[in-house]
Design a protein around this ligand. Structure first.
Ligand code: MSP
Length: 639
């Protein structure tokens, strides 16, 4: 249904504190709902906590608390964390809410009245960790695959839900709606499961064993099985059956969860909906797991990642961006701080941050801080049409976001940023500024770049809302206005000429730490360097950002005989590590002007992060630094 969008996260168990995995799913739901708001859809975003069942009672007992006091406390941790991560949900549901309990009872009664719930004695293998019976076939070496303990044989009378009746109907539905469960691998997993006969689901627990739950409406002596209770949150939150929200948003429902709870969401839930006479959700969007160095995140391994720690250390937007950019939706991903730092330095500080501060600085320098009026949108002959690049980017972005391919959406934006960086290099505004007849061209180039940045600020808004707003402010726009609406982003030329531009800022400071070491210049390889190298084209050459740098200070690095740590000015202060101490003494270097590769990926050498590389001629007997032949401003590009 177009024009409306309803998105849910799983409701999280309150037996553990929120961690990276919970944060990922909830940030993802936030990104998706912000994206739908951008497109103009009326959007409703639900999250919450799952508070009944054995697990919770056990966790409360361990803390010496009553279940009620315990669930209030942990549920509060989740509820309070989300605003800290700039997650804007519309409702936070708890399964202990009286309105939720009433809906669970109502639906149980309906299904019971339809004859889909029956009472029977059952003897089976029960895993207390999972709170469910297992069939022999599901066990691995006789043990529950999740808890790795042998289930206990128990015999009790219980209520059962006739899921088997709906097995063929569900197979048909999934086959007729190929993206009902996506990505496809999870659809296939559910279909594979449905190839075996489906067992009826035990949906009650005798009160003699568990009281912390919702009493069955048709038998006082039982409480509802926690999954039958929990899944119904998705409709109870909307005021099923008569609520306005239910009428408006249920027809546009999509769920997000990870692969761990595929079976309840892909099998029990559609069958429950069908049995209760409620239309099915549209899509089940299933993501993979964040692992820590290839292993599962778990308290016992002591590798649980705390979202707030990452926010405080690296900044919220950088953290959110990393999660969306690094995980391919549907596949597992490995989390590491090194990977996070790599992304911050390369994508955020370098590609986006440098472009932004460079463009604003040029606009301030050449146009007194006022957005110029372009004479033509296409600009000078640069081989690049930013207006067209923006249109392509918007199209790819939209398609990727609609299909839950967030990393692809971000890649589309970064490809556009790359084109803008190239546009700066090719049009060389600093050259146009020197030519008296090129004023019109300069106006157009700077306008196009500022306009491109306006579009980028809107496209990154769902993932990095603060950065989007910050960019807007620095483009002289109102950061509180809905600058991210897709319709205004699609209209090239919307940034008003005449806007005043405040001083440029660094959107993302570089972080001094990085995983992959790069080689230092070394004479040992001189002979090898002499070998001719394969041809490169102009484009490859132009990707190198060569600049003049003034060496401010040079000092040896302990335990690294060949290396010197250089403090340089390349228009900004940087540290560069150079393997030149065999040929130069530190005191001979200070004040010298050299040529550096300014856009080389940062690398850590003997504990010092090097941000660039100094160029030198490498001879058999020593090095000779590449210098300039008269003093020139540090930061001047070398072509
Ligand atoms: N209470 C049930 C869900 C009921 S929904 C009607 C539950 N809760 S949970 O607290 O265990 O949350 C599981 C969900 O948390 C996963 O499906 C996923 O969304 C998120 N994640 C927990 N750990 C995760 C990772 N390591 N990686 C990615 N997401 C993970 O199951």
């Amino acid at each position: 249904m177009s024009g409306r969008f309803y998105i849910t996260t799983p409701i999280y168990y309150v037996n553990a504190r929120p961690h990276l995995g919970h944060a990922y799913t909830t940030i993802l739901a936030d990104v998706v709902s912000r994206f739908h708001r951008m497109t103009g859809d009326a959007t409703y975003f639900l999250t919450g906590t799952d508070e009944h069942g054995d697990k919770i009672v056990q966790a409360a007992q361990k803390e010496g608390m009553s279940p009620r006091a315990y669930v209030d406390e942990i549920s509060g941790l989740f509820r309070n964390l989300w605003p800290e991560l700039h997650i804007r949900y519309d409702q936070f549901i708890r399964t202990t809410d009286p309105s939720h309990k009433a809906v669970v009872k109502d639906i149980l009664q309906r299904i019971y009245d339809e004859g889909d719930i029956y009472f029977s004695e059952y003897e089976g293998l029960y895993c207390f960790g999972c709170e469910r019976f297992y069939t022999e076939r599901e066990l691995v070496d006789g043990k529950c695959p999740d808890h790795e303990v042998a289930p206990e044989a128990i015999k009790e009378s219980n209520y059962f839900f006739k899921m088997s009746r709906y097995q063929q109907w569900l197979i048909d539905h999934i086959e007729a709606h190929p993206d009902f469960i996506r990505p496809e691998r999870y659809k296939n997993e559910v279909l594979a499961f449905l190839r075996e006969p489906l067992e009826d689901l035990c949906i009650s627990r005798p009160k003699s064993r568990l009281q912390w739950g919702i009493t069955l409406p048709f038998d006082e002596n039982y409480v509802t099985y926690v999954w039958f209770d929990a899944l119904l949150n998705y409709v109870s939150a909307l005021g099923y059956p008569t609520g306005d929200l239910f009428h408006q948003f249920w027809p546009a429902a999509q769920h997000i969860m990870a692969k761990d709870i595929l079976k309840p969401h892909g099998i029990y839930w559609p069958i429950m909906l069908k049995a209760a006479g409620i239309p099915l959700y549209h899509h089940l969007n299933v993501h993979g797991y964040w692992n820590i160095a290839e292993s599962k995140m778990s308290k016992s391994l002591g590798n649980v990642v705390e979202p707030l720690e990452l926010k405080n250390k690296y900044g919220l937007d950088a953290f959110r961006f990393f999660l969306m950019r690094d995980m391919v939706f549907g596949l597992d991903s490995s989390f590491s701080e090194d990977a996070l730092v790599g992304r911050i330095n390369a994508d955020l500080a370098n590609d986006l941050g440098n472009l932004f501060s460079r463009v604003i600085a040029m606009a301030r320098k050449y146009f007194d801080g006022v957005v110029p009026t372009p004479t033509a949108h296409t600009g000078p002959e640069s081989g690049l049409n930013l207006m067209q690049e923006a249109a392509d980017c918007l199209e790819q972005y939209r398609k990727a976001m609609d299909n839950f391919q967030f990393h692809k959406a971000m890649m589309a934006v970064w490809a556009f940023i790359g084109q803008m960086n190239k546009y700066v290099d090719v049009t060389a505004p600093w050259e146009l500024a020197k030519q008296s007849g090129a004023r019109n061209e300069l106006e157009t180039v700077i306008y196009n770049l500022l306009e491109g940045l306006r579009i980028v600020s809107g496209l990154i808004h769902p993932v990095m809302p603060d950065t989007g707003a910050k960019m807007q402010r620095h483009l002289g726009q109102d950061p509180d206005a809905p600058f991210y609406r897709m319709d205004t982003l699609s209209k090239w030329g919307t940034l008003p000429s005449g806007n005043r531009l405040p001083k440029a800022i660094a959107l993302f400071p570089r972080i001094e730490q990085t995983p992959d070491p790069a080689p230092a210049v070394d004479t040992a390889g001189a002979a090898e360097l002499r070998e001719p190298k394969p041809e490169i084209d102009m484009e490859t050459l132009q990707r190198m950002d060569l600049r003049v740098a003034t060496i401010i200070r040079a000092e040896p690095i302990q335990r690294a005989k060949k290396l010197l740590k250089l403090e340089v000015d390349v228009g900004e202060r940087r540290t560069i590590v150079a393997g030149i101490s065999g040929s130069y003494r530190p005191e001979d270097l200070e004040g010298k002007q050299v040529v550096v590769v300014a856009n080389l990926k940062p690398a850590k050498l003997m504990g010092t992060v090097s941000n660039g590389m100094v160029l030198a001629a490498v001879g058999d007997t020593g090095l000779s630094l590449v210098t300039v032949d008269h003093v020139i401003d540090p930061g001047t590009p070398v072509q």
